[in-house]
Design a protein around this ligand. Structure first.
Ligand code: C2E
Ligand code: CA
Ligand code: CA
Ligand code: CA
Length: 275
């Protein structure tokens, strides 16, 4: 038995080594990716339920590594955050998204995901100012999506940063609402423009009355606070009908469109005057 335990320990240890090596290798590839232009952005439309029109697009990062093929942001963003590589990557995303949006045929908004690590960095506001100036984008067309972890990680500073961004005319959305350590206090202490209801509540609403009650509660909370509420991950007509009935103001999801490359946006808009 002792021998078995020992063998088990060795297996465990070498599995640890293995995963450490895998992380290091990913980190090495990630460090090169920016210079080698392996990143791109795709854009997923958001539709306003009242006007039934496309209101804007969320920028989503894609990494095609020559050795690995496409790597999901769910796999590389956490490592980019841990290693600090998220700084330069996030700046590239922001600048590229502003530049792309400035060329769109209409005043659609562009939403950019900002990680908590970027938020703690003192240069975020300066980077946003510079991205707006360089692209010529109207700051009111830029939305920054942050998660609740920003409010925790950035300690007391988050509010001041958010207010500075707001002062530029930039809009701020609270992403993945309902996951994590949601606190209604965040909504009171900072007037977000938009609440994005996490897809888990939207997707599973059909078989779970609890989830539907949550969607309804968030939508009504948003309405009374003057915030838009976006249902994320809408995949079916049923889900669309439900979130509309539940009072969400906007929707985003595969039913409307998968994220599309920048070169296809004009075509998409021409084909979908009313969604
Ligand atoms: P997120 O910000 O919550 O983005 C929404 C994710 O849901 C995207 O996955 C999108 O492709 C996916 N999605 C949209 N509609 C549907 C649907 O109807 N069904 C399903 N099953 N999925 C849908 P993606 O692009 O893989 O991104 C995953 C996460 O990675 C994002 O979640 C965000 O947290 C992070 N991420 C992506 N791009 C960036 C970025 O530029 N910067 C940072 N910091 N994080 C990013
Ligand atoms: Ca997002
Ligand atoms: Ca989200
Ligand atoms: Ca997310």
């Amino acid at each position: 038995a002792k021998q078995e335990r020992y063998a088990g320990y060795r297996v465990f240890e070498s599995a640890m080594d293995e995963s450490m090596r895998a992380r290091r290798a990913l980190e090495t590839d990630l460090r090169r990716a920016l210079a080698l232009r392996e990143f791109s952005l795709v854009y997923q439309p958001q539709v306003n339920l009242q006007s039934r029109r496309v209101a804007g697009f969320e920028a989503l990062l894609r990494w095609r590594c020559p050795r690995r093929g496409p790597v999901s942001p769910l796999d590389f963003i956490p490592i980019a955050e841990e290693t600090g590589i998220i700084g330069p990557i996030g700046e590239w995303v922001l600048r590229t998204a502003c530049r792309d949006a400035a060329s769109w045929p209409g005043d659609y908004t562009v939403a950019v995901n900002i990680s908590a690590i970027q938020f703690t960095n003192r240069s975020l506001v300066a980077t946003v100012v510079s991205a707006i100036a360089d692209s010529g984008l109207d700051p009111r067309r830029l939305e920054l999506e942050i998660t609740e972890s920003v409010m925790l990680d950035a300690r007391g500073n988050a509010l001041a940063v958010l207010q500075q961004l707001r002062g530029l005319g930039v809009r701020v959305s609270l992403d993945d609402f309902g996951t994590g350590y949601s606190s209604l206090g965040y909504l009171r202490s900072f007037p977000f423009d938009k609440i994005k209801i996490d897809q888990s509540f939207v997707r599973e609403a059909s078989d779970d009355r609890g989830n539907r009650a949550i969607v309804r509660a968030i939508a009504s909370l948003g309405a009374s606070l003057g915030m838009a509420t976006v249902a994320e991950g809408v995949e079916t007509e049923d889900q669309l009908a439900r979130v509309a009935a539940d009072g969400c103001t906007d929707v985003q999801g595969y039913l409307i469109s998968r994220p599309i490359p920048p070169g296809e946006i004009e075509h998409f808009l021409a084909e979908s005057r009313n969604v």
